[in-house]
Design a protein around this ligand. Structure first.
Ligand SMILES: NC(=O)c1ccc[n+]([C@@H]2O[C@H](COP(=O)([O-])OP(=O)(O)OC[C@H]3O[C@@H](n4cnc5c(N)ncnc54)[C@H](O)[C@@H]3O)[C@@H](O)[C@H]2O)c1
Length: 335
């Protein structure tokens, strides 16, 4: 990972790469030579070069001590995840960042991935997740070589799963409680784990992770459940399904004055052709037009801000009567 960061930084004109430190001298020399920097043996030697910031890309168990040392030396820090492998070190880093007033960033790269930014944009725009189903898998636990050595990695959950713990907190809210079940199946660590999490606001999240699932997609998936709405992201298609929004749009399109389909008149459209249950009917271009379910009893009549012409009529036949009636009850202002 250190080499990837070096590569990216070497292409950023705002950055001057000064030194590369590694416990293995040969690794430091090769990596430093690739970007015209100086090889070093440790952080003290790096700091002596007069640097402003450091990227910590060591195996997990070393993050805490090296980050704390860097902050104490007054350096800005980017640290690969996890933050640390003990709570105590994590708290010390938090406190030291506050004291030192330096920038500290963790390598939670999902926050920049389009797949997850899509989810966040909808959350920022008002989608409220009440609960969620989240998974992240690894195909195997062979790389890096210390992955299954808990004394170095901190454990399976500290490596890849931690990315989606961050997503849960980022998209839903801080995690307040966790219940876990795990088993050791293929590697000498818990490599099959299921969690029940409770996020702030009493929002339940079901989470699962596996360390031996093959690399077949989808390795990661997040489903957020809102008010008759589903937001999906991660590997594979992203989507927002919103029953209320669909009803609103369709109610705006179905203008059932006199039972007519006025909105689409004159341009019998793709939407029209896709409507379920259409059949030939005289006078409408050979297509049966959807009728309002019961004038004056639709969901939309209670929805403030909807087009006036749609208020007193029925909703889409695509939404089942049971859901409609639940939504209607919900949307009816308390008298
Ligand atoms: N964000 C991501 O998606 C992502 C992906 C892969 C790895 N990572 C993280 O990057 C970090 C490094 O992982 P990696 O796969 O590159 O590991 P790696 O073992 O390939 O590389 C670690 C390097 O650190 C050096 N090193 C080990 N102990 C040292 C010590 N005490 N002092 C100085 N140097 C030491 C090693 O010689 C090696 O060059 C880990 O924290 C891992 O979790 C993040």
């Amino acid at each position: 990972m250190g080499r990837r960061h070096l590569q990216a930084l070497s292409q950023d004109h705002r950055v001057e790469l000064v030194g590369v430190a590694d416990a293995v001298a040969e690794a430091a020399t090769t990596a430093a030579a690739s970007v015209g920097a100086q090889p070093c043996g440790d952080l003290a030697a790096l700091a002596a070069l007069g640097i402003d910031a450091v990227f910590v890309t060591l195996p997990n168990v070393y993050h805490g001590a090296v980050v704390l040392e860097a902050l104490t030396r007054g350096l800005h820090v980017f640290s690969e995840k996890p933050m640390a492998t003990t709570l105590e070190e994590g708290r010390q880093i938090r406190d030291q960042v506050r004291r030192a007033g330096r920038v500290y960033q963790i390598g939670f790269n999902r926050r920049w991935a389009p797949a997850y930014r899509f989810l966040r944009q909808h959350v920022d725009a008002g989608f409220t997740p009440f609960s969620a189903h989240v998974k992240i898998n690894d195909g195997d636990m062979l790389t890096p070589s210390w992955y299954t050595n808990v004394a170095i990695s901190g454990g399976f959950m500290y490596d890849t799963a931690v990315h989606l713990f961050d997503m849960i907190a980022w998209l839903i809210g801080p995690i307040e409680s966790v219940a876990a079940l795990g088993r050791q199946s293929c590697y000498p660590d818990y490599d099959d784990v299921a969690l029940l999490l409770r996020c702030a606001g009493d929002r339940p999240v079901a989470f699962s992770t596996c360390g031996h699932a093959t690399w077949a997609p989808p390795q990661e998936r997040v489903e957020l459940y809102g008010d008759h709405a589903l937001l999906i992201g991660g590997y594979g298609p992203r989507a927002l399904h919103d029953a209320r929004e669909s009803a609103r749009r369709l109610a705006a399109v179905f203008i059932p004055r006199h039972g007519e389909f006025v909105g689409l008149r004159g341009r019998r459209s793709r939407l029209h052709r896709r409507l379920p249950g259409r059949r030939s009917a005289p006078g409408h271009g050979g297509r049966r037009l959807p009728q309002p379910r019961r004038p004056g009893r639709g969901l939309c009549q209670h929805r403030r801000g909807w087009p006036a012409h749609s208020r007193s009529h029925g909703v889409s036949p695509w939404i089942s009567p049971a859901v409609q009636s639940r939504m209607q009850r919900k949307l009816t202002p308390a008298s």
